[in-house]
Design a protein around this ligand. Sequence first.
Ligand SMILES: CC(=O)N[C@H]1[C@@H](OP(=O)(O)OP(=O)(O)OC[C@H]2O[C@@H](n3ccc(=O)[nH]c3=O)[C@H](O)[C@@H]2O)O[C@H](CO)[C@@H](O)[C@@H]1O[C@H](C)C(=O)N[C@@H](C)C(=O)N[C@H](CCC(=O)O)C(=O)O
Ligand SMILES: Nc1ncnc2c1ncn2[C@@H]1O[C@H](COP(=O)(O)OP(=O)(O)OP(=O)(O)O)[C@@H](O)[C@H]1O
Ligand SMILES: N[C@H](CCC[C@H](N)C(=O)O)C(=O)O
Ligand SMILES: [Mg+2]
Length: 487
Amino acid sequence: MIALKDILYKVTINAVIGSTGVQLNAIHFDSRNIKNGCVFVAIKGTLSDGHQFIDRAVEQGAVAVVCESMPEKLKEGVTYVEVDNSSRALAFMASNFYDNPSENLKLVGVTGTNGKTTVASLLYQLFKKAGYKVGLLSTVKIMVDTVEHKATHTTPDSLTINKYLDEMNVAGVEFCFMEVSSHGIHQHRTEGLRFEGGIFTNLTHDHLDYHSTFAEYRDVKKSFFDALPEKAFALVNVDDKNGLVMLQNTKARKYTYALKGYADYKSQILENQFGGLLLKINDSEVWTRLIGNFNAYNILAIYGAAELLGLEKVEVLRLISELESVSGRFQYIISNSKITAIVDYAHTPDALKNVLETINSIRTKNEELITVVGCGGDRDKTKRPKMGHIATVLSTKVIFTSDNPRSEDPETILKEIEKGVEPQNFKKTLTISDRAQAIKTACQMAQPNDIILIAGKGHETYQEIKGIRSDFDDFKIVQEFLNQLNK
Ligand SMILES: CC(=O)N[C@H]1[C@@H](OP(=O)(O)OP(=O)(O)OC[C@H]2O[C@@H](n3ccc(=O)[nH]c3=O)[C@H](O)[C@@H]2O)O[C@H](CO)[C@@H](O)[C@@H]1O[C@H](C)C(=O)N[C@@H](C)C(=O)N[C@H](CCC(=O)O)C(=O)O
Ligand SMILES: Nc1ncnc2c1ncn2[C@@H]1O[C@H](COP(=O)(O)OP(=O)(O)OP(=O)(O)O)[C@@H](O)[C@H]1O
Ligand SMILES: N[C@H](CCC[C@H](N)C(=O)O)C(=O)O
Ligand SMILES: [Mg+2]
Protein backbone atom coordinates (compact mmCIF):
# COMPACT_ATOMS: atom_id res chain seq x y z
CA MET A 1 0.00 0.00 0.00
CA ILE A 2 1.10 3.56 -0.71
CA ALA A 3 -0.46 6.93 0.14
CA LEU A 4 -1.94 8.97 -2.72
CA LYS A 5 0.19 11.99 -1.74
CA ASP A 6 3.35 9.93 -2.20
CA ILE A 7 2.66 9.34 -5.86
CA LEU A 8 1.54 12.87 -6.72
CA TYR A 9 5.07 14.27 -6.78
CA LYS A 10 5.60 16.36 -9.97
CA VAL A 11 1.86 16.26 -10.82
CA THR A 12 0.36 19.73 -11.49
CA ILE A 13 -2.68 19.84 -9.19
CA ASN A 14 -5.51 22.37 -9.52
CA ALA A 15 -7.80 21.26 -6.69
CA VAL A 16 -8.29 18.48 -4.14
CA ILE A 17 -11.47 17.25 -2.45
CA GLY A 18 -10.85 14.76 0.36
CA SER A 19 -7.66 13.45 1.87
CA THR A 20 -4.49 12.75 -0.13
CA GLY A 21 -3.40 10.51 2.74
CA VAL A 22 -5.70 7.76 1.43
CA GLN A 23 -3.90 4.42 0.98
CA LEU A 24 -3.84 2.80 -2.49
CA ASN A 25 -2.95 -0.60 -3.83
CA ALA A 26 -2.97 0.13 -7.58
CA ILE A 27 -3.40 2.76 -10.32
CA HIS A 28 -5.82 2.19 -13.22
CA PHE A 29 -6.92 4.30 -16.18
CA ASP A 30 -9.56 1.85 -17.40
CA SER A 31 -12.68 1.58 -15.23
CA ARG A 32 -13.08 -2.05 -16.35
CA ASN A 33 -9.96 -2.99 -14.37
CA ILE A 34 -10.89 -1.23 -11.13
CA LYS A 35 -10.94 -3.22 -7.91
CA ASN A 36 -11.19 -2.13 -4.26
CA GLY A 37 -8.55 0.29 -3.05
CA CYS A 38 -7.23 1.76 -6.30
CA VAL A 39 -7.03 5.20 -7.84
CA PHE A 40 -8.82 5.77 -11.16
CA VAL A 41 -7.24 8.23 -13.60
CA ALA A 42 -9.84 9.60 -16.04
CA ILE A 43 -8.33 10.29 -19.46
CA LYS A 44 -9.91 11.99 -22.48
CA GLY A 45 -9.21 9.49 -25.24
CA THR A 46 -9.67 9.38 -28.98
CA LEU A 47 -12.86 7.27 -28.83
CA SER A 48 -14.35 8.09 -25.45
CA ASP A 49 -13.82 10.25 -22.39
CA GLY A 50 -12.67 8.45 -19.24
CA HIS A 51 -14.54 11.09 -17.18
CA GLN A 52 -17.78 9.32 -18.18
CA PHE A 53 -16.63 6.26 -16.25
CA ILE A 54 -15.80 7.95 -12.93
CA ASP A 55 -19.06 6.88 -11.26
CA ARG A 56 -18.58 3.30 -12.40
CA ALA A 57 -14.98 3.28 -11.13
CA VAL A 58 -16.12 4.54 -7.72
CA GLU A 59 -18.93 1.95 -7.59
CA GLN A 60 -16.33 -0.74 -8.28
CA GLY A 61 -14.17 0.36 -5.34
CA ALA A 62 -11.91 3.23 -6.45
CA VAL A 63 -10.90 5.21 -3.35
CA ALA A 64 -9.47 8.12 -5.31
CA VAL A 65 -10.07 9.74 -8.68
CA VAL A 66 -7.68 11.89 -10.74
CA CYS A 67 -9.48 13.95 -13.37
CA GLU A 68 -9.32 17.15 -15.44
CA SER A 69 -12.68 18.46 -14.20
CA MET A 70 -14.42 17.57 -10.95
CA PRO A 71 -17.48 15.36 -11.43
CA GLU A 72 -20.86 16.78 -10.38
CA LYS A 73 -21.61 13.79 -8.19
CA LEU A 74 -19.05 13.27 -5.42
CA LYS A 75 -19.00 10.29 -3.09
CA GLU A 76 -18.25 10.69 0.60
CA GLY A 77 -14.91 9.15 1.56
CA VAL A 78 -13.50 9.21 -2.00
CA THR A 79 -10.66 11.64 -2.78
CA TYR A 80 -10.88 13.68 -5.99
CA VAL A 81 -7.81 15.38 -7.47
CA GLU A 82 -8.21 17.79 -10.36
CA VAL A 83 -5.13 18.09 -12.60
CA ASP A 84 -4.20 19.96 -15.78
CA ASN A 85 -3.60 16.88 -17.85
CA SER A 86 -4.58 13.38 -16.74
CA SER A 87 -2.24 11.52 -19.13
CA ARG A 88 0.75 13.49 -17.80
CA ALA A 89 -0.45 12.96 -14.25
CA LEU A 90 -0.74 9.21 -14.92
CA ALA A 91 2.84 9.09 -16.22
CA PHE A 92 4.28 10.81 -13.12
CA MET A 93 2.09 8.75 -10.78
CA ALA A 94 3.17 5.51 -12.49
CA SER A 95 6.83 6.46 -12.18
CA ASN A 96 6.43 7.43 -8.49
CA PHE A 97 4.40 4.29 -7.76
CA TYR A 98 7.26 2.08 -8.95
CA ASP A 99 9.89 4.28 -7.27
CA ASN A 100 11.12 5.94 -10.48
CA PRO A 101 12.64 2.82 -12.07
CA SER A 102 14.01 4.67 -15.14
CA GLU A 103 16.54 6.34 -12.80
CA ASN A 104 18.09 3.02 -11.84
CA LEU A 105 19.17 1.99 -15.34
CA LYS A 106 20.40 3.65 -18.54
CA LEU A 107 17.33 4.17 -20.70
CA VAL A 108 17.70 5.01 -24.39
CA GLY A 109 14.72 5.98 -26.55
CA VAL A 110 14.61 5.47 -30.31
CA THR A 111 12.21 7.57 -32.36
CA GLY A 112 11.54 8.13 -36.08
CA THR A 113 9.14 6.84 -38.73
CA ASN A 114 11.12 3.72 -39.66
CA GLY A 115 13.91 1.75 -38.04
CA LYS A 116 12.90 2.05 -34.37
CA THR A 117 12.40 -1.69 -33.83
CA THR A 118 15.54 -2.51 -35.78
CA VAL A 119 17.77 -0.07 -33.88
CA ALA A 120 16.34 -0.86 -30.43
CA SER A 121 16.50 -4.64 -31.01
CA LEU A 122 20.05 -4.52 -32.38
CA LEU A 123 21.19 -2.46 -29.39
CA TYR A 124 19.55 -5.02 -27.10
CA GLN A 125 21.40 -7.84 -28.93
CA LEU A 126 24.70 -5.96 -28.94
CA PHE A 127 24.66 -5.14 -25.22
CA LYS A 128 23.64 -8.74 -24.39
CA LYS A 129 26.61 -10.00 -26.40
CA ALA A 130 28.82 -7.51 -24.54
CA GLY A 131 27.81 -9.29 -21.32
CA TYR A 132 25.30 -6.87 -19.77
CA LYS A 133 21.80 -7.43 -18.42
CA VAL A 134 19.56 -5.59 -20.86
CA GLY A 135 15.91 -4.59 -21.31
CA LEU A 136 13.91 -3.97 -24.50
CA LEU A 137 10.50 -2.36 -25.10
CA SER A 138 9.65 -2.85 -28.78
CA THR A 139 6.87 -3.49 -31.28
CA VAL A 140 7.92 -7.14 -31.55
CA LYS A 141 8.44 -8.05 -27.90
CA ILE A 142 9.36 -6.86 -24.44
CA MET A 143 12.48 -8.34 -22.85
CA VAL A 144 13.33 -8.15 -19.17
CA ASP A 145 16.86 -9.36 -19.73
CA THR A 146 16.22 -12.98 -20.80
CA VAL A 147 12.50 -13.11 -19.93
CA GLU A 148 10.21 -12.40 -22.88
CA HIS A 149 6.77 -10.74 -22.65
CA LYS A 150 4.22 -10.06 -25.37
CA ALA A 151 4.10 -6.51 -26.76
CA THR A 152 0.72 -4.89 -27.47
CA HIS A 153 2.01 -1.49 -28.55
CA THR A 154 5.24 -0.03 -29.91
CA THR A 155 5.34 2.25 -26.86
CA PRO A 156 3.09 0.89 -24.11
CA ASP A 157 1.09 3.12 -21.74
CA SER A 158 3.04 4.77 -18.91
CA LEU A 159 1.84 2.30 -16.27
CA THR A 160 3.02 -0.67 -18.32
CA ILE A 161 6.35 0.99 -19.13
CA ASN A 162 7.08 1.66 -15.46
CA LYS A 163 5.91 -1.82 -14.42
CA TYR A 164 8.43 -3.41 -16.80
CA LEU A 165 11.19 -0.95 -15.86
CA ASP A 166 10.58 -1.95 -12.23
CA GLU A 167 10.91 -5.63 -13.19
CA MET A 168 14.13 -4.72 -14.98
CA ASN A 169 15.43 -3.05 -11.78
CA VAL A 170 14.66 -6.21 -9.83
CA ALA A 171 16.46 -8.32 -12.46
CA GLY A 172 19.53 -6.05 -12.28
CA VAL A 173 19.19 -4.67 -15.82
CA GLU A 174 21.75 -1.95 -16.61
CA PHE A 175 20.66 -0.75 -20.06
CA CYS A 176 17.18 -0.56 -21.55
CA PHE A 177 16.38 0.30 -25.16
CA MET A 178 12.88 1.40 -26.00
CA GLU A 179 10.94 2.53 -29.05
CA VAL A 180 9.30 5.90 -28.64
CA SER A 181 6.41 6.27 -31.08
CA SER A 182 4.76 9.57 -31.97
CA HIS A 183 1.49 8.29 -30.43
CA GLY A 184 3.48 7.48 -27.30
CA ILE A 185 4.96 10.99 -27.06
CA HIS A 186 1.67 12.70 -27.87
CA GLN A 187 -0.21 10.69 -25.26
CA HIS A 188 2.52 11.38 -22.64
CA ARG A 189 3.30 7.67 -22.30
CA THR A 190 7.03 8.46 -21.86
CA GLU A 191 6.64 11.60 -19.73
CA GLY A 192 8.62 11.61 -16.49
CA LEU A 193 11.06 8.91 -17.62
CA ARG A 194 14.73 9.72 -17.22
CA PHE A 195 16.48 9.07 -20.53
CA GLU A 196 20.22 8.61 -20.89
CA GLY A 197 19.94 9.14 -24.63
CA GLY A 198 17.65 9.64 -27.60
CA ILE A 199 18.14 8.44 -31.19
CA PHE A 200 16.38 9.85 -34.26
CA THR A 201 16.25 7.57 -37.31
CA ASN A 202 14.24 9.46 -39.94
CA LEU A 203 10.94 11.20 -40.60
CA THR A 204 8.73 10.29 -43.55
CA HIS A 205 5.04 9.92 -44.26
CA ASP A 206 2.95 8.06 -41.67
CA HIS A 207 0.12 8.58 -39.18
CA LEU A 208 -1.31 11.65 -40.89
CA ASP A 209 -4.71 10.40 -39.73
CA TYR A 210 -3.68 10.98 -36.10
CA HIS A 211 -1.39 14.01 -36.46
CA SER A 212 -3.24 16.42 -38.70
CA THR A 213 -0.16 17.78 -40.52
CA PHE A 214 3.39 16.64 -41.20
CA ALA A 215 4.65 19.66 -39.21
CA GLU A 216 2.66 18.53 -36.18
CA TYR A 217 3.99 14.96 -36.55
CA ARG A 218 7.56 16.38 -36.72
CA ASP A 219 7.04 18.65 -33.72
CA VAL A 220 5.72 15.77 -31.61
CA LYS A 221 8.92 13.83 -32.37
CA LYS A 222 10.97 16.95 -31.63
CA SER A 223 9.32 17.39 -28.23
CA PHE A 224 10.96 14.11 -27.17
CA PHE A 225 14.40 15.67 -27.79
CA ASP A 226 13.33 18.99 -26.22
CA ALA A 227 12.64 17.11 -22.99
CA LEU A 228 15.99 15.26 -22.76
CA PRO A 229 18.16 16.31 -19.81
CA GLU A 230 21.59 17.96 -20.19
CA LYS A 231 23.48 14.79 -19.33
CA ALA A 232 21.74 12.74 -22.01
CA PHE A 233 22.91 12.37 -25.58
CA ALA A 234 20.81 13.15 -28.65
CA LEU A 235 22.02 11.21 -31.68
CA VAL A 236 20.37 12.12 -34.98
CA ASN A 237 20.54 11.12 -38.62
CA VAL A 238 21.50 14.33 -40.43
CA ASP A 239 21.00 12.87 -43.92
CA ASP A 240 17.32 13.27 -43.03
CA LYS A 241 16.28 16.89 -43.49
CA ASN A 242 14.58 16.90 -40.10
CA GLY A 243 17.61 15.55 -38.22
CA LEU A 244 18.87 18.99 -37.21
CA VAL A 245 15.33 20.14 -36.38
CA MET A 246 15.30 17.51 -33.62
CA LEU A 247 18.41 19.14 -32.09
CA GLN A 248 17.16 22.75 -32.28
CA ASN A 249 15.96 23.11 -28.70
CA THR A 250 17.45 20.17 -26.88
CA LYS A 251 19.59 20.60 -23.76
CA ALA A 252 21.20 17.20 -24.39
CA ARG A 253 24.71 16.62 -25.80
CA LYS A 254 24.32 16.70 -29.59
CA TYR A 255 25.74 14.04 -31.93
CA THR A 256 25.08 13.33 -35.59
CA TYR A 257 25.40 10.39 -37.97
CA ALA A 258 25.27 10.29 -41.75
CA LEU A 259 26.18 8.34 -44.85
CA LYS A 260 26.12 11.36 -47.16
CA GLY A 261 26.76 14.58 -45.23
CA TYR A 262 29.27 15.66 -42.58
CA ALA A 263 28.69 14.04 -39.16
CA ASP A 264 30.29 12.79 -35.94
CA TYR A 265 29.64 9.19 -37.01
CA LYS A 266 30.21 8.52 -40.70
CA SER A 267 29.77 5.41 -42.75
CA GLN A 268 30.28 4.34 -46.32
CA ILE A 269 28.79 1.29 -48.01
CA LEU A 270 31.60 -0.70 -49.62
CA GLU A 271 29.49 -3.71 -50.63
CA ASN A 272 25.74 -4.42 -50.58
CA GLN A 273 24.68 -8.01 -51.32
CA PHE A 274 22.19 -10.65 -50.23
CA GLY A 275 24.87 -11.93 -47.84
CA GLY A 276 25.06 -8.59 -46.04
CA LEU A 277 26.74 -5.21 -46.04
CA LEU A 278 30.42 -4.31 -45.93
CA LEU A 279 30.66 -0.93 -44.25
CA LYS A 280 33.42 1.51 -43.48
CA ILE A 281 32.54 3.16 -40.17
CA ASN A 282 34.75 6.13 -39.40
CA ASP A 283 38.03 4.43 -40.41
CA SER A 284 37.30 0.77 -39.80
CA GLU A 285 35.71 -1.87 -42.04
CA VAL A 286 32.96 -4.10 -40.70
CA TRP A 287 30.80 -6.86 -42.19
CA THR A 288 27.19 -7.20 -41.12
CA ARG A 289 24.57 -9.81 -42.01
CA LEU A 290 21.97 -7.05 -42.32
CA ILE A 291 20.91 -6.12 -45.82
CA GLY A 292 20.15 -2.84 -47.59
CA ASN A 293 21.16 0.83 -47.50
CA PHE A 294 18.69 1.63 -44.77
CA ASN A 295 20.37 -0.89 -42.50
CA ALA A 296 23.67 0.96 -42.97
CA TYR A 297 21.91 3.85 -41.19
CA ASN A 298 20.62 1.52 -38.47
CA ILE A 299 24.07 0.02 -37.91
CA LEU A 300 25.66 3.46 -37.75
CA ALA A 301 23.06 4.58 -35.17
CA ILE A 302 23.83 1.61 -32.94
CA TYR A 303 27.57 2.10 -33.36
CA GLY A 304 27.25 5.74 -32.23
CA ALA A 305 24.91 4.92 -29.35
CA ALA A 306 27.09 2.04 -28.10
CA GLU A 307 30.13 4.31 -28.10
CA LEU A 308 28.24 7.12 -26.35
CA LEU A 309 27.16 4.60 -23.72
CA GLY A 310 30.80 3.79 -23.01
CA LEU A 311 31.53 0.63 -24.98
CA GLU A 312 34.93 0.25 -26.56
CA LYS A 313 35.05 0.98 -30.34
CA VAL A 314 36.87 -2.18 -31.44
CA GLU A 315 34.58 -4.33 -29.31
CA VAL A 316 31.49 -2.63 -30.81
CA LEU A 317 32.70 -3.32 -34.36
CA ARG A 318 33.36 -6.97 -33.51
CA LEU A 319 29.89 -7.33 -31.99
CA ILE A 320 28.22 -5.63 -34.97
CA SER A 321 29.57 -8.38 -37.22
CA GLU A 322 27.80 -10.97 -35.03
CA LEU A 323 24.35 -9.32 -35.01
CA GLU A 324 21.42 -11.20 -36.45
CA SER A 325 18.55 -9.60 -38.38
CA VAL A 326 15.37 -8.73 -36.52
CA SER A 327 12.28 -10.93 -36.94
CA GLY A 328 10.14 -9.81 -39.89
CA ARG A 329 12.68 -7.23 -41.08
CA PHE A 330 14.09 -8.42 -44.44
CA GLN A 331 13.71 -11.99 -43.21
CA TYR A 332 14.25 -14.33 -46.15
CA ILE A 333 14.41 -17.94 -47.28
CA ILE A 334 15.72 -19.42 -50.50
CA SER A 335 13.65 -22.40 -51.70
CA ASN A 336 14.97 -25.61 -53.29
CA SER A 337 14.39 -24.17 -56.75
CA LYS A 338 16.18 -20.94 -55.77
CA ILE A 339 13.15 -18.72 -55.31
CA THR A 340 13.93 -16.06 -52.70
CA ALA A 341 10.99 -15.07 -50.48
CA ILE A 342 11.46 -11.97 -48.30
CA VAL A 343 9.12 -10.95 -45.47
CA ASP A 344 9.44 -7.31 -44.45
CA TYR A 345 7.50 -4.98 -42.16
CA ALA A 346 7.53 -2.10 -44.69
CA HIS A 347 4.15 -0.50 -44.02
CA THR A 348 4.96 3.08 -44.99
CA PRO A 349 5.67 4.48 -48.50
CA ASP A 350 9.30 5.25 -47.62
CA ALA A 351 9.98 1.81 -46.10
CA LEU A 352 8.44 0.09 -49.13
CA LYS A 353 10.51 2.21 -51.50
CA ASN A 354 13.72 1.45 -49.54
CA VAL A 355 13.11 -2.27 -49.46
CA LEU A 356 12.23 -2.47 -53.16
CA GLU A 357 15.22 -0.32 -54.13
CA THR A 358 17.47 -2.53 -52.05
CA ILE A 359 16.17 -5.67 -53.76
CA ASN A 360 16.52 -4.04 -57.18
CA SER A 361 20.09 -3.02 -56.46
CA ILE A 362 20.98 -6.61 -55.60
CA ARG A 363 18.97 -8.65 -58.13
CA THR A 364 20.09 -9.31 -61.70
CA LYS A 365 17.63 -7.83 -64.12
CA ASN A 366 16.29 -10.99 -65.79
CA GLU A 367 14.53 -12.23 -62.67
CA GLU A 368 11.02 -11.21 -61.66
CA LEU A 369 10.35 -9.26 -58.50
CA ILE A 370 6.85 -10.17 -57.33
CA THR A 371 5.54 -7.93 -54.54
CA VAL A 372 2.59 -8.86 -52.32
CA VAL A 373 1.40 -5.82 -50.37
CA GLY A 374 -1.59 -4.11 -48.76
CA CYS A 375 -2.34 -1.32 -46.28
CA GLY A 376 -3.80 -1.40 -42.78
CA GLY A 377 -7.36 -0.27 -42.05
CA ASP A 378 -8.23 2.45 -39.47
CA ARG A 379 -4.89 4.05 -40.22
CA ASP A 380 -3.62 6.89 -42.43
CA LYS A 381 -5.52 6.52 -45.75
CA THR A 382 -3.23 8.84 -47.69
CA LYS A 383 -0.46 6.20 -47.55
CA ARG A 384 -2.53 3.87 -49.74
CA PRO A 385 -2.21 5.33 -53.29
CA LYS A 386 1.44 6.20 -52.57
CA MET A 387 2.22 2.59 -51.68
CA GLY A 388 0.27 1.34 -54.73
CA HIS A 389 2.35 3.62 -56.93
CA ILE A 390 5.71 2.66 -55.38
CA ALA A 391 4.97 -1.09 -55.50
CA THR A 392 4.12 -1.03 -59.21
CA VAL A 393 6.95 1.25 -60.28
CA LEU A 394 9.62 -0.76 -58.47
CA SER A 395 8.40 -4.37 -59.04
CA THR A 396 7.88 -6.45 -62.15
CA LYS A 397 4.61 -7.93 -60.81
CA VAL A 398 2.41 -6.84 -57.91
CA ILE A 399 -0.36 -8.60 -56.03
CA PHE A 400 -2.40 -6.20 -53.92
CA THR A 401 -3.92 -7.86 -50.90
CA SER A 402 -5.24 -7.17 -47.41
CA ASP A 403 -2.97 -6.18 -44.53
CA ASN A 404 -4.99 -5.75 -41.29
CA PRO A 405 -8.25 -4.21 -42.56
CA ARG A 406 -9.41 -3.87 -38.91
CA SER A 407 -12.93 -2.34 -38.97
CA GLU A 408 -12.73 -1.21 -42.63
CA ASP A 409 -14.03 -2.93 -45.76
CA PRO A 410 -11.02 -4.75 -47.34
CA GLU A 411 -12.24 -4.03 -50.89
CA THR A 412 -12.45 -0.28 -50.23
CA ILE A 413 -8.83 -0.23 -48.99
CA LEU A 414 -7.71 -2.14 -52.10
CA LYS A 415 -9.50 0.37 -54.39
CA GLU A 416 -7.67 3.23 -52.65
CA ILE A 417 -4.31 1.49 -53.16
CA GLU A 418 -5.13 0.93 -56.86
CA LYS A 419 -5.79 4.67 -57.29
CA GLY A 420 -2.03 5.22 -57.14
CA VAL A 421 -1.26 2.87 -60.04
CA GLU A 422 -0.52 4.60 -63.34
CA PRO A 423 -2.40 3.22 -66.37
CA GLN A 424 0.68 1.70 -68.01
CA ASN A 425 1.44 -0.27 -64.82
CA PHE A 426 -1.99 -1.85 -64.35
CA LYS A 427 -1.05 -4.87 -66.46
CA LYS A 428 1.54 -5.77 -63.81
CA THR A 429 -1.07 -6.01 -61.08
CA LEU A 430 -3.51 -8.51 -59.62
CA THR A 431 -5.79 -7.91 -56.66
CA ILE A 432 -6.55 -10.83 -54.36
CA SER A 433 -7.94 -9.68 -51.04
CA ASP A 434 -7.39 -13.04 -49.27
CA ARG A 435 -3.75 -12.70 -48.12
CA ALA A 436 -3.00 -16.43 -48.03
CA GLN A 437 -4.33 -16.79 -51.61
CA ALA A 438 -2.26 -13.81 -52.70
CA ILE A 439 0.90 -15.37 -51.25
CA LYS A 440 0.04 -18.72 -52.86
CA THR A 441 -0.46 -17.05 -56.25
CA ALA A 442 2.93 -15.33 -55.94
CA CYS A 443 4.52 -18.72 -55.23
CA GLN A 444 2.75 -20.25 -58.25
CA MET A 445 3.92 -17.42 -60.51
CA ALA A 446 7.53 -17.50 -59.31
CA GLN A 447 10.17 -19.26 -61.42
CA PRO A 448 13.66 -20.28 -60.25
CA ASN A 449 15.77 -17.26 -59.22
CA ASP A 450 12.73 -14.95 -58.94
CA ILE A 451 12.20 -12.88 -55.80
CA ILE A 452 8.95 -12.58 -53.84
CA LEU A 453 8.57 -9.68 -51.40
CA ILE A 454 5.75 -9.94 -48.88
CA ALA A 455 5.48 -6.52 -47.28
CA GLY A 456 3.61 -4.85 -44.42
CA LYS A 457 3.16 -7.42 -41.67
CA GLY A 458 6.69 -8.61 -40.88
CA HIS A 459 6.75 -10.36 -37.50
CA GLU A 460 2.98 -10.16 -36.92
CA THR A 461 1.37 -13.51 -36.17
CA TYR A 462 -2.24 -12.46 -36.72
CA GLN A 463 -4.49 -10.79 -39.24
CA GLU A 464 -7.33 -8.54 -38.07
CA ILE A 465 -10.42 -8.52 -40.31
CA LYS A 466 -13.71 -6.91 -39.21
CA GLY A 467 -12.30 -6.61 -35.71
CA ILE A 468 -11.52 -10.34 -35.42
CA ARG A 469 -7.93 -11.51 -35.08
CA SER A 470 -6.96 -14.89 -36.62
CA ASP A 471 -3.57 -16.59 -36.66
CA PHE A 472 -1.54 -15.48 -39.66
CA ASP A 473 2.21 -15.53 -40.20
CA ASP A 474 3.57 -14.39 -43.59
CA PHE A 475 6.86 -16.23 -43.15
CA LYS A 476 5.31 -19.57 -42.20
CA ILE A 477 2.72 -19.32 -44.98
CA VAL A 478 5.18 -18.59 -47.76
CA GLN A 479 7.43 -21.42 -46.57
CA GLU A 480 4.47 -23.83 -46.56
CA PHE A 481 3.33 -22.89 -50.08
CA LEU A 482 6.83 -23.11 -51.54
CA ASN A 483 7.13 -26.60 -50.04
CA GLN A 484 3.65 -27.69 -51.09
CA LEU A 485 4.23 -26.51 -54.66
CA ASN A 486 7.60 -28.28 -54.73
CA LYS A 487 9.30 -25.04 -55.66
C1 LIG B 1 -5.44 5.84 -31.06
C2 LIG B 1 -4.68 5.47 -29.84
O1 LIG B 1 -3.49 5.65 -29.78
N1 LIG B 1 -5.37 4.93 -28.85
C3 LIG B 1 -4.72 4.57 -27.58
C4 LIG B 1 -5.44 5.31 -26.44
O2 LIG B 1 -6.76 4.89 -26.44
P1 LIG B 1 -7.97 5.87 -26.66
O3 LIG B 1 -7.51 7.29 -26.47
O4 LIG B 1 -8.63 5.56 -27.94
O5 LIG B 1 -8.94 5.43 -25.46
P2 LIG B 1 -10.51 5.51 -25.45
O6 LIG B 1 -11.08 4.22 -25.86
O7 LIG B 1 -10.94 6.77 -26.17
O8 LIG B 1 -10.78 5.67 -23.90
C5 LIG B 1 -10.44 6.84 -23.16
C6 LIG B 1 -10.18 6.42 -21.75
O9 LIG B 1 -11.35 5.86 -21.17
C7 LIG B 1 -11.04 4.66 -20.56
N2 LIG B 1 -12.23 3.79 -20.56
C8 LIG B 1 -12.80 3.38 -21.71
C9 LIG B 1 -13.91 2.53 -21.68
C10 LIG B 1 -14.45 2.10 -20.44
O10 LIG B 1 -15.41 1.35 -20.33
N3 LIG B 1 -13.81 2.56 -19.31
C11 LIG B 1 -12.74 3.38 -19.34
O11 LIG B 1 -12.24 3.74 -18.28
C12 LIG B 1 -9.90 4.09 -21.37
O12 LIG B 1 -9.13 3.17 -20.64
C13 LIG B 1 -9.09 5.36 -21.66
O13 LIG B 1 -8.21 5.65 -20.61
O14 LIG B 1 -4.86 4.95 -25.20
C14 LIG B 1 -4.89 3.52 -24.91
C15 LIG B 1 -4.23 3.32 -23.55
O15 LIG B 1 -2.92 3.79 -23.55
C16 LIG B 1 -4.15 2.75 -26.00
O16 LIG B 1 -4.23 1.36 -25.76
C17 LIG B 1 -4.79 3.07 -27.35
O17 LIG B 1 -4.04 2.41 -28.34
C18 LIG B 1 -4.80 1.80 -29.40
C19 LIG B 1 -5.23 0.40 -28.99
C20 LIG B 1 -3.97 1.75 -30.68
O18 LIG B 1 -4.27 1.02 -31.60
N4 LIG B 1 -2.94 2.56 -30.77
C21 LIG B 1 -2.02 2.60 -31.89
C22 LIG B 1 -2.49 3.56 -33.00
C23 LIG B 1 -0.69 3.08 -31.35
O19 LIG B 1 -0.60 3.64 -30.26
N5 LIG B 1 0.37 2.85 -32.13
C24 LIG B 1 1.70 3.27 -31.77
C25 LIG B 1 2.70 2.93 -32.86
C26 LIG B 1 2.45 3.66 -34.12
C27 LIG B 1 3.70 3.58 -35.01
O20 LIG B 1 4.70 4.26 -34.72
O21 LIG B 1 3.67 2.87 -36.02
C28 LIG B 1 2.22 2.52 -30.54
O22 LIG B 1 3.05 3.09 -29.82
O23 LIG B 1 1.86 1.34 -30.40
N1 LIG C 1 16.55 3.25 -41.07
C1 LIG C 1 15.54 2.96 -41.88
N2 LIG C 1 15.14 3.84 -42.83
C2 LIG C 1 14.11 3.56 -43.64
N3 LIG C 1 13.42 2.41 -43.64
C3 LIG C 1 13.78 1.49 -42.72
C4 LIG C 1 14.84 1.72 -41.78
N4 LIG C 1 14.96 0.63 -41.01
C5 LIG C 1 14.00 -0.21 -41.39
N5 LIG C 1 13.29 0.27 -42.44
C6 LIG C 1 12.15 -0.31 -43.14
O1 LIG C 1 11.01 -0.05 -42.32
C7 LIG C 1 10.40 -1.29 -41.89
C8 LIG C 1 10.03 -1.18 -40.43
O2 LIG C 1 11.24 -1.18 -39.68
P1 LIG C 1 11.17 -1.14 -38.11
O3 LIG C 1 10.21 -2.15 -37.66
O4 LIG C 1 12.56 -1.18 -37.59
O5 LIG C 1 10.54 0.32 -37.92
P2 LIG C 1 9.69 0.93 -36.75
O6 LIG C 1 10.07 2.37 -36.73
O7 LIG C 1 9.90 0.17 -35.52
O8 LIG C 1 8.16 0.75 -37.20
P3 LIG C 1 6.82 0.92 -36.26
O9 LIG C 1 6.47 2.38 -36.37
O10 LIG C 1 5.80 0.10 -36.88
O11 LIG C 1 7.17 0.52 -34.87
C9 LIG C 1 11.45 -2.37 -42.14
O12 LIG C 1 10.84 -3.60 -42.35
C10 LIG C 1 12.18 -1.81 -43.35
O13 LIG C 1 11.42 -2.07 -44.50
N1 LIG D 1 2.55 0.53 -35.61
C1 LIG D 1 1.90 0.55 -36.91
C2 LIG D 1 1.99 -0.81 -37.49
C3 LIG D 1 1.31 -1.01 -38.82
C4 LIG D 1 1.48 -2.42 -39.32
C5 LIG D 1 0.56 -2.81 -40.43
N2 LIG D 1 0.65 -4.23 -40.61
C6 LIG D 1 -0.87 -2.43 -40.12
O1 LIG D 1 -1.53 -3.22 -39.49
O2 LIG D 1 -1.33 -1.34 -40.53
C7 LIG D 1 0.48 1.03 -36.73
O3 LIG D 1 -0.18 0.62 -35.77
O4 LIG D 1 0.05 1.84 -37.53
MG1 LIG E 1 8.55 -0.61 -34.20
